[in-house]
Design a binder for this molecule. Structure first.
Ligand SMILES: *[C@@H]1O[C@H](CO)[C@@H](O)[C@H](O)[C@H]1NC(C)=O
Ligand SMILES: *[C@@H]1O[C@H](CO)[C@@H](O)[C@H](O)[C@H]1NC(C)=O
Ligand SMILES: *[C@@H]1O[C@H](CO)[C@@H](O)[C@H](O)[C@H]1NC(C)=O
Ligand SMILES: *[C@@H]1O[C@H](CO)[C@@H](O)[C@H](O)[C@H]1NC(C)=O
Ligand SMILES: *[C@@H]1O[C@H](CO)[C@@H](O)[C@H](O)[C@H]1NC(C)=O
Ligand SMILES: *[C@@H]1O[C@H](CO)[C@@H](O)[C@H](O)[C@H]1NC(C)=O
Ligand SMILES: *[C@@H]1O[C@H](CO)[C@@H](O)[C@H](O)[C@H]1NC(C)=O
Ligand SMILES: *[C@@H]1O[C@H](CO)[C@@H](O)[C@H](O)[C@H]1NC(C)=O
Length: 670
């Protein structure tokens, strides 16, 4: 049982889907159907499968004349709901078709044949509504609409009145000028179809022609037109009289000749059309919203609702009338048939639907609606935009400034920590033509070494990294980034920097200056290309290659004066030279503890220079410890201790770089 129930539900669902898809997947050959000059929109159609049901079937006779197949009426025009409205307002009006309907005539044909008509639309989705009026032409008769009981609509034809009097007592006549022919009942908007200007002057007032309007808002499905003789007591020939329901405007100028009407035989009538609610699956497939619900929607949903349906009752039968919502246009009876209207687009006259947007406003189309962006708003927007830009710019500059300041402060801090102030002091106290230690800025060195690029690395050791650099003045230099300096050894470090930068000897790599504003002090040496190592080569080609060894050997063999520079020999007293040599020997001691520190070296040197006359120093050559230093054969500054008073690594690459190698220069004990 259960299974059967489920299956039947499934089957009915499928059926509904099939019925719905029949609508959705309307054959493309059904689109753009037309007959003669008449476009046939869905649910109307000519070909099989192109119309919703037989009521909407159009027969295209002789390929030019469309007929409502089931009603046998010639169709003049078919409009979709809301079509013909330029403005937003009347969106819920009905679709309409204009058909040619036979007139009622009396006494017009020679054989005395009378024509009459009752248009019976019962059971069809068609109906009469407002927009049609009864027009009669002739004399001494009374025309009226039948089958609309209990209402009576009619007018009298009295040809005895003179024009003057008839004008004064003109019978009200609905002149539809200014009203659309499809302004049918159940519209949301009330349309004022009164046009006083035309009334009176032109209206059919009863003298030769008369008219009456079907003013009630009820829709009718059966309407007949009848003509009765009306005796005014004047026995004048009645002649030909016609009466008809029409949507066209007739005035005295063109409605007074009943014979020509009779010859025509037909008048156009506007009938409304809707969808029978028994076509429920079709209506559901449209996914239109109910008009009743619509009022409860939020603004956003309202804008997104493209199509609305409404239930109406005509002659006791329920029908659905759908239409594209405000802001949309198209065919509501096609799935997704209602498309957004671009209210901002101008027509050929330069007008646009967004009537409340002034010329200076920016019109912005949205789905289902539009926005007028007032110039003031734009200005505010632009202003705000600029403001935000300026603010962002300001913040950016501030950040940059703060960053720069931070960097500067860092540099200052490092400079101080690395003994920069001490160095400056030293440099200031030293006068004369002494070559001064140059203080490089970190920027200068970054530039010289391409930001300490790896491609510039000459060598790397335990004490730091040496880069090849090019100064702004074009000099090639070796830049050594050493390791951090112990703070309490700063003074000595600085002193040595100062001293080393004053040494100008071909065997010693010259220190040009330093940079102290980096985290680790950077030393700048002159660059000695490979193969020009500052190595002493002796004339007797002894195996002693190192300056230190050479010096030590010379001292040992008492040949010290042989290796002495001639200038020194000539300028200095031998005692002084010997004293310095002895000091140097001490500095070359392989044992760190036995080596004097910089301060001691300075004071001794000062002593030596101040006590020129006294023979304070004796030559005393120490032996012993030095034996183990046979391996050291070069000026070995690169691996000097932390002070970094070292030659660039390139000078040592060829030699042993083991840590036991001792420097020539005074070695500090840190
Ligand atoms: C229908 O007509 C429109 C223009 O009037 C055209 O763009 C469209 O391609 C036509 N569709 C078919 C199926 O012929
Ligand atoms: C339609 O065509 C038939 C012949 O094909 C012709 O007899 C008839 O008069 C035509 N009707 C109209 C209204 O043109
Ligand atoms: C209109 O037609 C229906 C059926 O189609 C019929 O029942 C009704 O009597 C007709 N009305 C008139 C006034 O002829
Ligand atoms: C018709 O016109 C005559 C002459 O003006 C007038 O006497 C008569 O009352 C009119 N009849 C009607 C029904 O207005
Ligand atoms: C309808 O229009 C006429 C003339 O344009 C005017 O006199 C009349 O007041 C209008 N009626 C309403 C209800 O606005
Ligand atoms: C009758 O004449 C009026 C103007 O005088 C015009 O607006 C109207 O369309 C004419 N009606 C017909 C059916 O030609
Ligand atoms: C219209 O009528 C049909 C059938 O009676 C019903 O199913 C549907 O819900 C109604 N729609 C509205 C909006 O009232
Ligand atoms: C709309 O809302 C009102 C109250 O907010 C409620 O009474 C009414 O039933 C709602 N209508 C629909 C169609 O939901």
């Amino acid at each position: 049982m259960r299974c059967y129930y489920s299956l039947s539900v499934l089957v009915s669902l499928l059926l509904m889907l099939i019925l719905a898809s029949k609508v959705v997947t309307l054959s493309s050959s059904c689109q753009n159907e037309s007959c003669g000059n008449v476009k046939i929109p869905y649910p109307f159609g000519i070909q099989q499968g192109c119309y919703l049901n037989e009521w909407y079937r159009i027969e295209c006779r002789n390929a030019t004349l469309p007929f409502l197949f089931k009603m046998g009426m010639e169709v003049v025009d078919i409009s979709l709901p809301g079509e013909g409205y330029i403005s937003y307002s009347a969106t819920s009006s009905f679709g309409s078709i204009r058909v040619r309907n036979p007139m009622t005539s009396v006494g017009c044909s020679r054989d005395g044949k009378e024509t009459g008509s009752v248009l019976n639309l019962t059971g069809s989705p068609f109906f009469f509504g407002r927009g049609n009026s009864l027009v009669a032409a002739g004399c001494n008769s009374k025309a009226s609409l039948t089958n609309i009981e209990p209402r009576t609509v009619g007018c009298e034809l009295n040809c005895t009145a003179s024009k003057e009097t008839s004008l004064r007592r003109s019978v009200p006549f609905l002149d539809k000028t200014g009203c659309s022919s499809d302004a049918l009942p159940y519209t949301d908007e009330w349309v004022n179809c009164t046009n006083k200007e035309l009334e009176g002057e032109r209206s059919c007032d009863g003298n030769g022609c008369c008219s009456a309007v079907l003013s009630d808002d009820d829709a009718h499905q059966v309407i007949g037109v009848s003509i009765e003789d009306f005796d005014y007591g004047i026995s004048t020939s009645r002649g030909c009289r016609v009466a008809f329901l029409t949507d066209e405007v007739y005035t005295l100028s063109n409605a007074t000749k009943p014979q020509s009407f009779f010859a025509e035989g037909y008048a156009t009538v506007t009938i409304g059309w809707a969808i029978q609610t028994n076509a429920l699956s079709f209506l559901n497939s449209l996914s239109c919203k109910s008009r009743k619900e619509y009022h409860n929607f939020t603004k956003g949903i309202r804008h997104r609702t493209s199509c609305l349906c409404n239930n109406i009752t005509i002659s006791g039968t329920s029908y659905a009338n759908c239409g594209c919502n405000r802001g949309y246009t198209g065919n509501p009876y096609l799935f997704n048939g209602c498309q957004d209207v671009n209210e901002c687009q101008r027509d050929s006259d330069g007008r646009r639907l967004a009537w409340d947007c002034t010329e200076s406003d920016a019109c912005v189309n949205r789905v289902g609606h539009y926005h007028c962006v007032r110039t003031v708003t734009i200005l505010i927007g632009v202003g705000a935009g600029f403001g935000i830009l300026a603010l962002a710019g300001g913040i950016w500059f501030l950040r940059k400034y703060i960053k720069k300041r931070k960097v500067t402060q860092r540099k200052k801090k490092f400079f101080k920590r690395n003994g920069g102030l001490l160095l400056e002091q030293q440099l200031n106290t030293r006068e004369g033509n002494v070559e001064k230690t140059r203080i490089f800025s970190s920027r200068e060195l970054e530039k010289a070494t391409e930001n300490f690029s790896e491609s510039r690395i000459l060598g790397q050791g335990g004490q730091g990294t040496v880069y090849k650099g090019m100064l702004v003045d074009g000099r090639t230099v070796a830049v050594k980034k050493s390791k951090a300096v112990d703070e309490d050894k700063l003074e000595e470090f600085i002193n040595e920097v100062v001293i080393l930068s004053q040494i100008n000897h071909r065997h010693v790599v010259k220190l040009l200056g330093c940079c102290l504003e980096t985290e680790v002090p950077i030393l700048v040496y002159e660059f000695i290309p490979n193969g020009e190592k500052p190595v002493i080569t002796l004339p007797d080609s002894q195996e002693i290659r190192g300056l230190a060894d050479h010096f030590r050997a010379a001292m040992k063999e008492n040949k010290f004066f042989d290796i002495m520079d001639a200038r020194i020999r000539d300028a200095c007293k031998p005692e002084q030279v010997v004293a310095v040599a002895k000091l140097a020997m001490r500095c070359l001691n392989s044992k760190g503890k036995k080596r004097p520190n910089t301060r001691q070296v300075f004071s001794e040197l000062e002593n030596i220079s101040s006590s020129q006359e006294d023979s304070l120093v004796e030559i005393e050559i120490e032996d012993g410890d030095d034996e183990e230093e046979e391996g050291m054969n070069m000026i070995h500054i690169a691996d000097a201790p932390t002070i970094g008073v070292t030659a660039p690594a390139f000078s040592v690459v060829a030699s042993s770089s083991s840590s036991d190698v001792k420097p020539l220069l005074p070695r500090s004990t840190w």
